[in-house]
Design a protein. Structure first.
Length: 536
């Protein structure tokens, strides 16, 4: 079996090490061959292969044909020529202050322009150096082409990876984020009047910050993020997973003691659910989740691996200061297409950032009204998002929420109730009361339960009524009844009167009845109790 890469996003390193590479070069050929639409932008969540693709484009335009041996683009008549390449990756610049960012930014831009072959002039700004580099390297490419028309191409290739990362990292302080955005804009603006010098521009990011000058200045930039033609360029389809990883898949299924068909179905539930195109309904696997799972091949099976590689800082910054508890993440309806672009940093929406960060994905699209339905992509994301929401609601870290969920599975009710009270104590009320729906009561509970992989049904319809929340896990079944300004005894009385436990009488798992009572004025949990159901 070929080795699986989990540690590098450099295309040349991956190929030279003989690791698995899921061939996406046919998409690259389509992008790079259209000289009339050669200024492109694509957004995808983190760890979806953006940096690897940028690195592959760099090798392609440097004419490194040996790296593409046996790949689709080698068979597609690509004209192998070398171009000057300016490559920026802005993910690792400091953002603790505007001054720290600017110091790193100036230094990094200078370094990358020198690598591209530009003689950096420290007496002028980094932005003017960028402009001079584009013009100078273009002029040199013209001369080189005259000397060797087959081996040298005309025009500069500009590759900008994670163009939005510094702004996203600074979103906890909007004024700082805006200052960083403005400094980056001065660099991007230099491309406006020099598009004739550019053979190919490819830019990636997580968000589309429309007020960055790269979008306002470059009227010809094409956003292909939701184009059907590139729906599966990032992430793995079922066919790609089989073609590239089948030996690893079968080996892991054997370690887990599962039938191969059952194993594949479970893996799909965990990691495949991302849809990026409006028209093409094909969903793809998260590539880093596949890589980490198949690299480790753990006997206990599938886990939330994506979160272990870090969470997007812009989302974490936003979650710290916004109430997200009124959204039903499983089905977010009537989302306008314009909602995905971020114009004003001070007016960010939870839906836009959750979508761009990969916590929501397209479930359906209505072309007649440019209207989307979004939802959680897969089980991995469901658990991670639920843990995040529960932790944010209680103003605690994600480990706190995870430990509270484990206490529930152990039936440690004093610890569970203490934690749930803390969760509800941090719900906003007072000036924001009108904006906080009663659904928030259930949302907090749902988040806590789903974070532990518990199957949760809210408003569970039964013959005698609707149980507020029913949760099922191999450890037990939990029936929750929530009351407002009523004693907790009334919750238990309703559960018994409506016989909510009836559907589970034949189930060997223990059934727990849980009553929660809230104060409508403070929205706090004021009373709670649990008892194991015993059939009379």
């Amino acid at each position: 079996m070929k080795d699986i890469n989990t540690g590098t996003s450099d295309f040349a390193t991956l190929i030279n090490n003989g690791a698995v590479y899921v061939d996406k070069t046919a998409y690259m050929h389509r992008m790079a061959s259209d000289k009339n639409n050669n200024v492109l932008f694509v957004s995808r969540p983190r760890r979806f292969g953006k940096s690897l693709t940028v690195s592959a484009f760099k090798a392609l335009f440097e004419g490194r044909r040996e790296l593409f041996k046996g790949l689709a683009i080698e068979r597609m008549g690509w004209k192998w020529q070398t171009h000057p390449v300016i490559h920026f990756r802005f993910n690792e610049l400091r953002t603790e202050s505007v001054e720290a960012f600017e110091e790193d930014f100036v230094s990094y831009v200078g370094k990358q322009l020198r690598v591209a072959g530009h003689e950096y002039d420290a007496s002028v700004s980094y932005a003017l150096n960028f402009a001079n580099a584009i013009e100078g390297l273009h002029a040199k490419s013209l001369e080189d082409h005259k000397k060797d028309p087959e081996g040298k191409g005309v025009g500069v290739v500009i590759l900008i990876d994670e163009y939005d990362a510094p702004v996203g990292h600074a979103l906890g302080n909007v004024s700082k984020a805006e200052a960083i955005r403005d400094r980056m804009s001065s660099l991007y603006a230099q491309m406006k009047d020099r598009t004739g010098c550019i053979r190919f521009l490819f830019m990636t990011g997580i968000s589309k910050f429309t007020k960055l000058s790269v979008f306002s200045a470059l009227s010809n930039i094409v956003d292909v993020s939701q184009d059907d033609a590139y729906a599966t360029m990032f992430g793995y389809t079922e066919e790609e997973l089989t073609a590239n990883f089948e030996e690893h898949l079968r080996a892991h299924a054997a370690i887990m003691g599962k039938r191969y068909e059952d194993y594949r179905a479970e893996m799909k539930r965990w990691y495949n659910g991302f849809r990026f195109a409006k028209g093409d309904p094909t969903t793809v696997y998260n590539p880093i989740s596949v890589a980490l799972t198949l690299k480790k091949k753990e006997a206990e099976g599938f886990t939330a691996t994506w979160a272990t590689t870090g969470r997007p800082s812009m989302l974490m910054n936003y979650l710290r200061r916004e109430d997200l508890l009124a959204l039903d993440y499983e089905k977010v309806e009537e989302v306008a297409g314009a909602a995905f672009d971020v114009a004003e940093l001070r007016n960010l929406t939870a839906i836009a950032l959750l979508y761009q960060a990969g916590y929501l994905t397209i479930k359906a699209y209505d072309v007649d009204v440019d209207d989307y339905t979004l939802g959680v992509p897969d089980e991995e994301i469901r658990r991670d998002l639920s843990t995040l929401v529960a932790g944010v609601a209680a103003e605690q870290d994600v480990a706190w929420a995870a430990n509270l969920g484990k206490s529930l599975l152990r039936f440690n009710w004093p610890k569970v109730f203490a934690g749930i009270k803390s969760l509800y104590a941090h719900l906003p009320y007072g000036p924001k009361e009108d904006d906080v729906q009663e659904f928030s009561y259930e949302r907090v509970l749902y988040a806590l339960l789903a974070s532990q992989g518990i199957e949760v049904v809210t408003e569970d319809r039964q013959s005698n009524g609707r149980a507020d929340v029913v949760a099922k896990h191999k450890k037990g079944i939990y029936i929750f009844e929530l009351k407002v300004d009523d004693p907790v005894d009334r919750a238990f009385a309703q559960i018994r009167e409506k016989n909510y436990a009836a559907p589970y009488l034949a189930d060997p798992r223990p059934v727990w009845l849980v009553g929660l009572s809230f104060d409508s004025k403070t929205r706090h949990l004021v009373d709670c109790a649990a008892e194991r159901f015993v059939e009379e």
